[in-house]
Design a protein around this ligand. Structure first.
Ligand SMILES: [Zn+2]
Ligand SMILES: [Zn+2]
Length: 360
């Protein structure tokens, strides 16, 4: 086994402080996060082992006397030692600055807004940067002080006895909660958080053609983090309100047009109110229930390319009720003239839209 003093590059008479300093310097150079090559890692292990032995006066004495009691066992667990010094891989004090949380909002749209797209104003209630301390968490003119308990390390090391001998363990410093620094005069406006809650409005351009349930991501529009850390993202869930008249099928709009029997028989022109204003629908003579009349390009604007879907108008022929006696006589006369026609079973059709497609 290599000499521990040599490994650390210190003399045999080095003070505990010199040993610590030498180790910190080497650990910074050889740390696996910095140097991943095998040689550096091997050296880092032996340097760390040397430090663990020499940093405790007790095990150093044992080592000087030629004993290997401190870590002489073959079951030496490098991971434990590594973790104990670095706080399980964490080097030095933890940062007060954290990324902010994501925020989630809902925006409700009418179908008309989906067809053409919409500009919406959203009220966002999130944490924003404290303008008094600009995220430093300190009263203006003051600064954090180094924690006198852990001396800025953020970790407290303790020697504990174990089956392997004395080992060093470390835990977050209770005085500074691991930050290594204390804020003696916290900013009053944010109570030392570096951020405050505020409402603000943001303008959201909702593209045409979005679907119910779609989630839009606005990066860095979420909460400011603790200590003035970077913003999280803002997510906006799209909720589309049901329309009383129009439905949506892909990028087509659908609706049902009730047509009086005589118009369906003789043909007619109907005016319908759409998202594009009043439109004319031509009813052919002999138009049937279930026939679909297509108004090209009057549907939903495509989300990802130009153009629009169609408006599909499904015809529903109304059977007249509440006939007066004269109308009843006329239907009876008509029935007599068409007496060869009778009700009959027909081959099953698959839904309303299976029939009459493309006859518009
Ligand atoms: Zn503040
Ligand atoms: Zn501390």
């Amino acid at each position: 086994m290599a000499d521990h003093y040599e490994a650390l590059g210190v003399s045999r008479t080095a003070t505990q402080d010199e040993i610590k300093k030498a180790y910190r310097k080497l650990a910074r150079e050889l740390h696996p996060d910095v140097n991943s090559d095998t040689a550096s890692q091997e050296r880092f292990k032996s340097v760390t082992h040397a430090y663990e032995v020499l940093s405790s006066p007790e095990s150093r004495r044992d080592y000087d006397m030629g004993g290997q009691n401190a870590f002489g066992g073959s079951n030496f667990d490098f991971g434990d030692i590594f973790g104990s010094f670095f706080g399980n891989g964490q080097r030095g004090p933890k940062s007060r600055v954290e990324r902010g949380q994501d925020a989630l909002l809902r925006v409700e749209l009418t179908l008309q807004e989906v067809v053409f797209g919409a500009d919406k104003t959203l009220e966002v209630d999130t944490a924003v940067l404290c303008e008094t301390c600009h995220g430093s968490c300190c009263q203006p003119g003051t600064a954090p002080t180094v924690c006198d308990i852990c001396r800025g390390a953020g970790q407290i090391q303790r020697q504990v006895r174990s089956l392997l001998g004395n080992v060093m363990t470390s835990a977050a410093c209770g005085s500074c909660r691991g930050y290594g620094q204390l804020i003696s005069s916290p900013c009053v406006d944010c109570r030392g958080q570096g951020r405050v809650r505020a409402r603000r409005d943001i303008e959201l351009k909702v593209p045409a053609g979005v679907e119910d349930g779609l989630r839009l991501q606005l990066s860095s529009q979420g909460e400011v983090g603790f200590g003035g850390g970077p913003n999280g993202d803002l997510y906006v869930d799209i909720v589309v309100r049901q329309d009383d008249v129009f439905g949506r099928s892909g990028d087509d709009l659908t609706c049902t047009l009730e047509v009086p029997l005589h118009d369906a028989v003789l043909g007619s022109v109907a005016k319908i109110e759409t998202f594009d204003g009043e439109q004319t629908v031509e009813i052919h003579a002999g138009q049937q229930t279930g026939d679909v009349i297509t108004l090209k390009g009057k549907g939903v604007t495509h989300l990802r390319n130009s153009g629009r879907g169609d408006l599909r108008v499904m015809v529903q022929v109304l059977t007249p009720t509440k006939l007066d006696s004269k109308q009843k006589e006329l239907f009876k006369a008509l029935a007599a003239l068409r007496s060869q026609e009778q009700s009959r079973l027909v081959k099953q059709s698959h839904g309303f839209f299976a029939r009459g497609k493309g006859r518009g």
